[in-house]
Ligand binder design. Structure first.
Ligand code: HEM
Length: 95
């Protein structure tokens, strides 16, 4: 599914994390943008079940990166945040 080179993938991963964090408090104001993102993901070939895999990979990656600073509280917060965004994208992809 990912056909570009790895440096570009790293930038996209950071974009994705920035998107999640920057919009945490106002995701409801960004419905249109999230809808468009969801529709682009349909074109990339992304299916509902992939959101679960990417969510697990994201949590694993953050855990590896933060090591000792990682906590159960942080994990719960990231899971909550990712789940809200993923559920919004999955719903938008069906519209
Ligand atoms: C909350 C979940 C997700 C967010 C916020 C997100 C965000 C993004 C963003 C910002 C981009 C950059 C391109 C664009 O804006 O269209 C992108 C690209 C991409 N994402 Fe996601 N994504 C999510 C979930 C997923 C999932 C579950 C998959 C499935 C494997 C996926 C696969 C891709 C692919 C294939 C690309 C294009 C990569 C390329 O052109 O090389 N994403 N994503």
């Amino acid at each position: 599914m990912f056909d570009s080179s790895s440096p570009s993938q790293s930038v996209k991963l950071v974009d994705m994390l920035s998107l999640i964090v920057a919009r945490l408090e106002r995701l409801d104001e960004l419905t249109e943008e999230i809808n468009q993102l969801a529709k682009r993901h349909v074109e990339y070939g992304v299916k509902d079940k992939h959101y679960e895999y990417v969510g697990a990979a994201l949590i694993w990656t953050l855990h590896q990166a933060l090591r000792n600073e990682w906590s159960a509280e942080l994990e719960a917060a990231w899971i909550k945040c990712y789940t809200i965004l993923a559920d919004t994208m999955i719903t938008a992809a069906k519209e």
